[in-house]
Design a protein around this ligand. Structure first.
Ligand code: WTA
Length: 649
């Protein structure tokens, strides 16, 4: 399945020990308690998770059995009933948090809004009543295509309250991408906005939805939030303004209880084929994973202001902007726009202004801040911060040290958290105050997680060597299937090694048993922390009329982690011009979204193929990296192709 051997070359040996101050106040205060709880979580998982589920979630009907595991299908807390939105809102109204800020929001233009738990509850109820008024009911699907504004969270929670399954589509995706996702899950409603602010400009959202809905027969209504205020087309009967829709609605709503395994959301993510996968998460297990990691990984305290920079369009935004923090009764800080608007110090300014205590962001962002320079950080005090986190890709030790020293002033532990859209919540991570940190390593498994690094034959590789990362046990927040494609779910995650979840990542354990994730080993690239399937980009490129064939590979990039390099063969008679390269880049941006715009387009007379016709990506990767082609080329059909590709550039 992989044409790349996994080598791990990092020789990082620094160890950063937790401070006595942090340790003294940590929610899990000792190595001994981690060891004890971890042992319990893997030796008697049903006992451990049953207790956690009773302690952290509010049930309408208690569950009897903790886990039914019929590989690859898990059912957690099956007979229990609860309402996810009630867990995120209602229960805090009676526990002294009614007037606590649930969401503090700052828009890019500088507008600030605070919603207390009581106010957020009222808004969610209003929207739930409105959606119910449109006929949406349990099990229906709704798509959400919104900027990072509180209404994105309100829309998600209103769906959850009704048992409507949401699929959030990142605002950077194009109308083609909206169309595919909406059609795959047959959403009845799309909730969007006129636009959102980004670097002083309007990102048009409604107009993208308009282009998509010409070919989405399931969509009955488009609900439009007025955010940016520009003129948008409203189709009579189909399109409804958010403010009109909720105007006459009550701010109370009696929530129904749903079974633990009722679907909560579908989130599309890239896989190794052209079609995005609809990862399905259900209610109780997912919410438990998001909630318990808030407590132990982010060491959440009542007065924390939690700032996760992820967009709600990604899983990190689901679990650590909306469900995890709100289920925990935390205060979330949410920012709409770009980190360098109007100046490259916006993020640090936000942290000071809103007294953020925990910052959770991505390595690609950290590398960018680093490049912008320390001066922007040093203009601000940042003394409210007490904990830092990263997610999305491996963090290089240099960026880790910069984050630790310049942002955290050597006072804040860093939690480097490894997880995936599929895992729903953080899986491998330091526990702050307990785990000695090694820059670049996500360190040790969270409760219930049993990571294994295995070779092709399924044997554990020796410590220090690279292999493929598997998880050996089911966990509550695991994906349940791929929407409408259970067969692909089995094949993708459970068929590499029977009984084990295959993560698609390469990794190694070091001599201390710390995990180092090296990156994807399938045909998925990680560009600026976003998963992009090479096959998706390839199919976008070949949909251009001038293109005959395309192959896309990654090249290491200092800022983005990986950059997209596309090898393109043109149809006969088409001239290979610089303009055409630009046209192809724009074409991909239009087909998928600007996040997938190729960094480099190279024209090639032919692509290196095996005799059976499979494109040899390993060779293309070497060419993209600018190096000589090494390794085995005996299966290569025509070596001249390689020589020609190297001569090109
Ligand atoms: C990568 C994001 C190294 C990994 C939550 C994984 C990481 C993919 C880390 C999932 C980390 C995520 N260290 N690599 N701390 N966190 N990854 O689905 O390759 O967008 O498989 O979920 O990101 O990306 P996804």
């Amino acid at each position: 399945m992989t044409d790349q051997t996994i080598t791990s070359i990092s020789r990082e040996t620094r160890v950063v020990r937790p401070s006595a101050e942090f340790k003294a106040q940590a929610n899990l205060g000792s190595e001994a308690s981690y060891k004890r709880l971890y042992a319990e979580s893997v030796n008697t998982p049903e006992k451990f998770w049953g207790r956690q589920a009773r302690e952290h979630l509010t049930w309408r009907r208690p569950f009897k059995k903790v886990l039914k595991w019929k590989l690859p299908h898990a059912k957690w807390f099956e007979s229990g009933r609860l309402n996810v939105a009630e867990n995120c809102l209602d229960r805090h109204l009676t526990s002294g948090r009614a007037n606590k800020a649930a969401i503090i929001f700052e828009g890019e233009p500088g507008d600030v809004r605070t919603l207390t738990y009581r106010q957020l509850h009222g808004e969610v109820c209003r929207m739930a009543n409105a959606l119910a008024g449109l006929g949406l009911a349990k099990g229906d699907r709704a798509a959400i295509y919104m900027p990072m504004v509180p209404e994105a969270a309100i829309a998600m929670l209103a769906c959850a309250r009704l048992g409507v399954v949401h699929t959030v589509i990142f605002g950077g995706f194009s109308s083609e991408a909206i169309k595919d996702r909406v059609n795959d899950c047959k959403a009845r409603v799309i909730i969007t906005a006129d636009g959102g602010w980004r670097r002083g400009k309007i990102i048009e959202l409604k107009s993208s939805v308009d282009r998509a809905v010409t070919a989405t027969p399931s969509v009955e209504h488009v609900v439009v939030l007025k955010r940016t205020g520009q003129e948008v087309a409203m189709a009579e009967g189909r399109d409804l303004w958010w403010h009109d829709l909720v105007a006459a609605r009550s701010d109370s709503h009696k929530a129904q209880a749903f079974g633990s395994e009722h679907p909560l959301f579908i989130l599309y993510t890239s896989g190794s084929t052209g079609k995005p996968k609809g990862v399905l998460h259900t209610s109780a297990g997912y919410l438990l994973g998001a909630t318990i990691t808030m407590k132990y990984v982010f060491d959440l305290k009542e007065d924390d202001v939690f700032f996760c920079t992820a967009d709600v369009g990604w899983v990190t935004g689901h679990s650590y902007v909306v469900y995890g923090p709100l289920s925990s009764g935390a205060t979330v800080f949410m920012y709409e726009g770009a980190p360098n608007h109007p100046e490259p110090d916006r993020l640090w300014e936000l942290i000071d202004r809103h007294h953020a205590t925990i910052l959770y962001t991505a390595p690609t962002a950290i590398r960018t801040f680093m490049r912008w320079g320390d001066a922007y950080v040093n203009r601000h005090r940042l003394d409210s911060l007490r904990l830092l986190g990263t997610v999305g890709e491996p963090i290089n030790p240099e960026a880790w040290m910069w984050y630790y020293t310049v942002v955290g002033k050597k006072r804040c532990p860093i939690v480097d958290t490894w997880w995936q859209t599929e895992t729903g919540a953080i899986m491998v991570t330091p526990l702050p105050g307990i785990t000695p940190l090694k820059p670049g390593s996500c360190t040790r498994p969270f409760f219930g997680v049993v990571p294994r690094v295995l070779d092709e034959a399924g044997n554990d590789v020796p410590r220090g060597s690279g292999g493929r990362l598997f998880l050996a046990k089911p966990w509550p927040s695991m994906l349940r299937t791929l929407w409408g494609d259970d067969e692909r779910f089995r094949m993708q995650y459970w068929s590499e090694l029977p009984g084990y979840y295959f993560a698609g990542d390469g990794a190694r354990f070091d001599e201390d048993g710390y995990l180092w994730v090296v990156g994807r080993i399938d045909d998925v690239l990680n560009v600026s922390g976003h998963r992009i399937g090479t096959a998706e980009v390839e199919s976008a490129i070949v949909s251009h009329p001038s293109v005959a064939e395309a192959a896309v590979v990654g090249r290491l990039d200092d800022l983005k982690g990986q950059a997209l390099v596309c090898f393109v063969t043109l149809k006969n008679g088409v001239a290979a011009t610089a303009e055409l390269k630009e046209t192809i880049r724009e074409h991909v941006a239009r087909e998928i979204g600007s996040l997938a715009r190729p960094d480099d387009v190279r024209f090639a007379a032919g692509l290196p193929k095996t005799r059976s016709g499979k494109i040899m990506r390993r060779i293309l990767k070497e060419i993209a990296a600018g190096g000589a082609v090494k390794g085995d080329t005996t299966t290569l059909e025509d070596f001249n192709v390689v020589a020609a590709l190297q001569a090109e550039e």
